[in-house]
Write a protein that binds this ligand. Structure first.
Ligand code: SF4
Length: 736
C-alpha cells in the first residue's frame, strides 16, 4: 500500500534549535510508572521510536529529591545511577532514528516526597491543592533558593546530555514550579519575583535562560506550557496571561519549541487528558489556536489525535507544526509508520477510556485497554505488531467474540494457528457492543472495530456469528485440538454485590417487570414510572451511564452506592469531577455509603453501612465493642436498576471440564478459559488475558501465565549513591 499524498505533510522534517526531527510526530511526555524498571522503560519508549515517532519523550522526570514524587514513580535525573539507566533508554530510542527528549520536572509543593523526606521550595509557603489530604507544603524560597532551584535544572540538563538526550523539555505545565511562579494562585510574593505579570514571569525566563546557556548550543531546549489552566478565576487564562506569556517569552528567544496544552495538575486527567466520554479529539484546539501566530518557533499540540486527516487539519489550520500524542502513542505506537505505509485502517485507535490514567493514579504502572503489549515489551518480550510464528500450529476453537475472545483469536491467527472464532450473537463484541452504545461511550466501539478489521486480514481465522449456543457435546464433536472458552459475564439479576454478597430480598430482574439489568435496558425492556434508583456496586462507568440514559429520558434518578464517593473508580480515570458536573446538570441525586436489602411494594430498603454504633470509649472487657442496629431507610421508586456485580458465564467451561474423559478420543488436548468467564474484570485485563493465551498456548499449562522478567534491585549489587557520597551543590551563585 502507498501513503495518501494528503498525509505527506506529516512526514516533513522540522528543525528546532540545534536539532531536526525526521517528521511531525512527537510522542509527548506521560507518566508510566516504569522508570524504576529501566529495561521496561527503555523498551516501551523505543517501541514508539520504532513505530515512527520522530521525537519520543520520557514521562515527568524529577530533577532533584526535593521533587520526589513517590509513591508515584517518576523518571529521575538526580545522580549518576539515573544517567546510566537513561543512557540505555536513549540508546534504544536512537536505534530507530528518533530524537530522545526528557521532561525536566520540579513540582515542589505538589510532590509528596514520601521517599526522600526533603523540604520543597516554592514561590510561597502554601499547602498543595492537588493533594490537600496529604498535608504537604512548599517553603518560601529566598532569592538564594531561587538560584538553587535554577541550578538544579542546570545540573539535570547536564546529566540529560550525559545520558544522550537530544532535547530537554522544561515542564512549565501541570502546576510545576515555573507555573507556580507565574500564577497568582500560588505566587504571593512582593519582591521582584512576585506581584506584576513581568515579575511573576521572571523565574520562568531566568530558568530557561540558564538551561539554554548550559546546553542550548548542543541540545534543543523546549518547554511544555499550559496556556489555560481552565479551572476558574485566579488561574492562568488563555486570553489573558496565557497568550501574554507566550509573547513575552518569544521576545526573549529562549525556547526552541513550545509544547502547548491546557489544564492544571489538579485535574490533569480530567481536562488535559480528558476521556472520550467528556471530550472529542482536539477538543482544546480553541485554546492553542492563536498561539502559533505569536511564536517564531515550532509548536507541538496534543489532541488525542488518531486520525491522519485530523492531524493534517491541525497543521494546515495553523494550530501547530507537530502532532503531539500521549495516549494515542500508547494505544498504537506504530501510528506514524501505518500512516506512512497507507495502512491507516490498521491503526489501533485510542478509545479514550483513561484506564492508562487510572493505573497511574493508583501509583501503579501504565497498561492500555486497546494495546495489551503496553509495558510488556521487555518483561514478556511482546511487540504490538509482531507476534512471531508458532512452531506447533494447531486448530483452535475460540468460543465467544467479546474483547478477550477477539484478542485471543487475532493473536492465535497472527501466530499461524488455524482459528475458528464462534459467537451466537449476530456481531462481534460481546457485552462491549452494549457498552459502546451507552451514553458518551461511542468511541469504546473502536475496541471491536479494530479487531474486526484485523481478523478479516488473516485467512487462517474463520469468524462465525449468529449460530446456536454450543453445548459441551457440540464442542467435543467440533474437531478442534484446543478450546478457548471466552463466554463473558452478565450483570447479576438479583442484586448480589460486594457489600453483603447476598441477593436482595424479593428481587429478580429476570422475572420482575420493574427491576432491570443494563443488558435489559439496552435491549429495550420498558421502564414505566418516573422514579428510578440505580443501585451501584461496580464503581466504574456502567452505573452512571444508566443513570444518565434514564435522566435523559426524563426520569427522576437517584444513584445509590455503597462507596464513599460516586463511581469511585472514576477518581482514578480522573472523570469524577466531570461526572459530578454532569449529574448536577441532570439533577441526578446521590446516596452514598448505603446498600439495599429488599425491594418490595415500590419501596427500596436501604441500610447505612456504619449504622452499628461503636462503644469506642468504654469497651467492657469480654463484650462486643458495637451496639448493633437494624435501622432501615426506605425510598420510593418505580424501577430499580442493578449494576451491583457481574456473574461469569462459565457453564460451558464447567460442562467441558466435567467430560474431560472424552477429550482424548475427540482429539482435544486442552480446554482453557479467558476473560470475564474466569472472573469479571476491566476490558483492559480481559484483552490482556486473550493476548496472553494467544502468545502462550504452546506452553506446558497455557491456563497459567509464564514467568516474566522482574526488574528490581538484587541484594549485593552496588548502589548509587553510597552512604557518605557528597550532595551535589546547588546553593550559591548561578552555575551558568
Ligand atoms: Fe487510550 Fe484507554 Fe489505552 Fe489509555 S488505556 S491509551 S485511554 S485506549
Amino acid at each position: 500500500m502507498v501513503r495518501d499524498p494528503r498525509h505527506d505533510v506529516l512526514f516533513e522534517p522540522i528543525t528546532f534549535g540545534p536539532k531536526a526531527t525526521r517528521n511531525r510526530f512527537w510522542a509527548t511526555s506521560h507518566s508510566t510508572g516504569y522508570p524504576d524498571r529501566p529495561g521496561t522503560d527503555a523498551s516501551f519508549l523505543a517501541t514508539k521510536a520504532e513505530g515512527g515517532w520522530g521525537v519520543v519523550c520520557t514521562g515527568f522526570c524529577s530533577i532533584h529529591p526535593e521533587s520526589d514524587e513517590f509513591p508515584w514513580t517518576s523518571a529521575r535525573l538526580w545522580d549518576e545511577g539515573d544517567v546510566i539507566n537513561m543512557r540505555h533508554l536513549t540508546e534504544e530510542v536512537h536505534k530507530h532514528n528518533s530524537l530522545a527528549s526528557v521532561q525536566l520536572w520540579y513540582n515542589g509543593m505538589h510532590s509528596p516526597r514520601m521517599d526522600s523526606r526533603e523540604t520543597a521550595r516554592g514561590p510561597s509557603g502554601l499547602p498543595s491543592n492537588v493533594f490537600p489530604e496529604r498535608n504537604i507544603y512548599s517553603a518560601w524560597a529566598s532569592e538564594d533558593d531561587i538560584k538553587a532551584l535554577i541550578n538544579m535544572y542546570v545540573l539535570a540538563a547536564y546529566r540529560a546530555e550525559q545520558a544522550g538526550f537530544d532535547v530537554v523539555e522544561v515542564s512549565g505545565s501541570d502546576s510545576t514550579i515555573p507555573l507556580q511562579f507565574l500564577e497568582t494562585r500560588y505566587n504571593k510574593r512582593i519582591d521582584k519575583y512576585g506581584g506584576s505579570f513581568e515579575n511573576r514571569a521572571r523565574f520562568y525566563i531566568e530558568l530557561m535562560a540558564a538551561v539554554k546557556r548550559a546546553v542550548g548550543d548542543r541540545l534543543a531546549v523546549t518547554t511544555r506550557f499550559e496556556v489555560d489552566t481552565i479551572n476558574g478565576e485566579h488561574r492562568l487564562k488563555h486570553h489573558e496571561e496565557g497568550m501574554r506569556f507566550l509573547e513575552l517569552m518569544n521576545k526573549e528567544g529562549l525556547v526552541d519549541l513550545w509544547s502547548l496544552k491546557v489544564g492544571d495538575y489538579e485535574e490533569w486527567g480530567g481536562e488535559d487528558a480528558r476521556s472520550s466520554r467528556f471530550a472529542k479529539p482536539n477538543w482544546a484546539a480553541g485554546f492553542v489556536a492563536g498561539a502559533r501566530d505569536l511564536l517564531d518557533v515550532p509548536v507541538v499540540s496534543n489532541g488525542r489525535f488518531t486520525s491522519p486527516d485530523d492531524m493534517v487539519a491541525a497543521i494546515k489550520s495553523g494550530q501547530c507544526d507537530i502532532i503531539g500524542a500521549a495516549r494515542p502513542s500508547i494505544s498504537d505506537p506504530f501510528i506514524p509508520n501505518k500512516i506512512s505505509a497507507g495502512r491507516t485502517d490498521e491503526i489501533r485507535e485510542c478509545i479514550g477510556c483513561n484506564m492508562c490514567v487510572s493505573r497511574m493514579q493508583q501509583a501503579a504502572v501504565v497498561y492500555c485497554t486497546q494495546n495489551p503489549t503496553t509495558g510488556e515489551e521487555y518483561r514478556r518480550g511482546w511487540h504490538p505488531e509482531e507476534t512471531g510464528k508458532t512452531d506447533q500450529p494447531s486448530t483452535i476453537l475460540v468460543i465467544g467474540g467479546g474483547p478477550s475472545g477477539m484478542e485471543a483469536a487475532l493473536t492465535l491467527g497472527r501466530r499461524g494457528h488455524t482459528v475458528h472464532l464462534l459467537d451466537s450473537a449476530d456481531s462481534l463484541g460481546g457485552h462491549w457492543r452494549n457498552v459502546s452504545e451507552y451514553p458518551r461511550c461511542n468511541e469504546y466501539e473502536r475496541l471491536i472495530s479494530y479487531r474486526e478489521i484485523m481478523l478479516a486480514k488473516y485467512p487462517n481465522v474463520t469468524v462465525s456469528l449468529g449460530g446456536k449456543r454450543l453445548t459441551a457435546q457440540d464442542v467435543l464433536e467440533y474437531g478442534a485440538e484446543k478450546i478457548v472458552v471466552a463466554t463473558g459475564s452478565h450483570w447479576s439479576t438479583v442484586g448480589v454485590g460486594a457489600e453483603t454478597h447476598e441477593a436482595l430480598t424479593a428481587v429478580d430482574a429476570a422475572t420482575m417487570p420493574n427491576v432491570f439489568t443494563p443488558e435489559q435496558i439496552m435491549a429495550g425492556k420498558p421502564i414505566t414510572g418516573e422514579k428510578v434508583v440505580i443501585l451501584d456496586g461496580d464503581g466504574h462507568f456502567t452505573g452512571f451511564a444508566m443513570a444518565e440514559l434514564l435522566a435523559d429520558q426524563g426520569k427522576d434518578v437517584t444513584f445509590v452506592t455503597n462507596t464513599n464517593d460516586v463511581m469511585e473508580y472514576t477518581f482514578f480515570t480522573m472523570e469524577m469531577p466531570n461526572i459530578k458536573r454532569a449529574a448536577f446538570e441532570k439533577n441526578i441525586k446521590f446516596i452514598r455509603n448505603h446498600w439495599a436489602v429488599a425491594y418490595e411494594d415500590n419501596k427500596l430498603q436501604l441500610f447505612y453501612l456504619y449504622r452499628d454504633s461503636a462503644d469506642l470509649q468504654e469497651v467492657v472487657p469480654g463484650e462486643w465493642g458495637r451496639r448493633f442496629s437494624h435501622k432501615i431507610v426506605e425510598i420510593e421508586c418505580d424501577a430499580l436498576v442493578l449494576t451491583t456485580s457481574r456473574v461469569p458465564d462459565d457453564a460451558l467451561y464447567w460442562d467441558l471440564i466435567n467430560c474431560k474423559d472424552a477429550w482424548k478420543e475427540t482429539g482435544i488436548d486442552g480446554v482453557y478459559r479467558i476473560g470475564d468467564c474466569v472472573q469479571p474484570r476491566h476490558a483492559m485485563d480481559a484483552v490482556f488475558d486473550g493476548h496472553r493465551i494467544g502468545m502462550e498456548i504452546e506452553s506446558q499449562d497455557p491456563q497459567r501465565p509464564l514467568p516474566y522478567i522482574r526488574e528490581r534491585q538484587i541484594w549485593g549489587q552496588g548502589t548509587i549513591p553510597v552512604l557518605g557520597d557528597p550532595r551535589p551543590v546547588v546553593e550559591g551563585d548561578l552555575l551558568v
